[in-house]
Design a protein around this ligand. Structure first.
Ligand code: NAP
Length: 205
């Protein structure tokens, strides 16, 4: 029997309720059986020195999804020594036996807008359905600027309350403004006990 799998890719620095809500909305609207969160390891498009360590981001993603039977977290990009390319991750899932018709890659529209710069991006539509979780007020013109091959495999899932961002949470943590109710309780405790985001300049996502 087929099992529809959503791959929720992101930096998750940190993971927050907006990501969890987006994953759940995509799961329900596309009738996915499970969602695998994949924190990026060594993202080729970011200055790794400005990111929280991959292990901390992985740990926060685990804590945020603990106890949700349909959600799991993969270390595949965290453990990969070479840069994290989505095309490689999708191929890994297919090699493990998941049919590309059952594979859904979910990420934010802001991230997807740079897809034409990603490694072998033209292969991505043949490996999965692409799903983007949009925030209220996104522009359709932005979607139309995506390459036609990507648009042909794209599904949009609008998340009405998805106005939380990792950038805002890092700023609030740095300025001790409180992040309760923006992230799960266990993630809040992890950020506090490890002193994450306290002394660093806050880079935009
Ligand atoms: P990002 O810069 O962290 O995020 C860009 C925007 O998308 C932010 O507004 C972010 O919100 C939002 N976002 C990120 N992940 C999301 C998700 N799963 N659901 C909803 N919104 C999300 O983007 P990124 O994390 O680096 O990249 C996203 C995905 O694209 C990752 O899986 C990454 O590996 C992939 N990617 C691949 C390549 C490549 O193959 N060369 C290059 C770039 C990105 P928050 O800030 O609130 O998270």
């Amino acid at each position: 029997m087929s099992c529809k799998v959503g791959i929720m890719g992101g930096t998750f620095d940190p993971i927050h309720y907006g990501h969890l809500l987006a994953a759940e909305e995509c799961r329900r609207s596309l009738k996915l059986d499970r969602i695998v969160f994949i924190p990026t390891g060594n993202p080729p498009h970011k200055d790794a020195g400005r990111l929280t360590s991959a292990e901390d981001r992985y740990a926060m993603t685990l804590l945020a999804t603990a106890g949700v039977p349909e959600f799991s977290v993969s270390r595949t990009e965290v453990d990969r020594a070479r840069p994290s390319h989505t095309v490689d991750t999708l191929k890994e899932f297919i090699e493990r036996g998941i049919d590309s018709r059952d594979l859904y890659f979910i990420t934010g529209l802001d991230a997807l807008l740079s897809i034409a710069t990603w490694k072998d991006y033209m292969q991505i539509p043949s490996l999965c359905t692409i799903v983007t979780a949009t925030r209220p007020g996104y522009s359709l013109a932005e979607v139309e600027s995506l390459p036609v091959e990507i648009r042909g495999k794209l599904k949009l899932v609008e998340i009405p309350q998805f106005a939380i961002s990792s950038t805002e949470i890092r700023s609030r943590a740095r300025e001790s403004r409180g992040i309760r109710f923006l992230v799960p309780r266990l993630v809040e405790s992890y950020i506090e006990s490890c002193g994450l985001y306290r002394d660093v300049e806050v880079p935009q996502s």
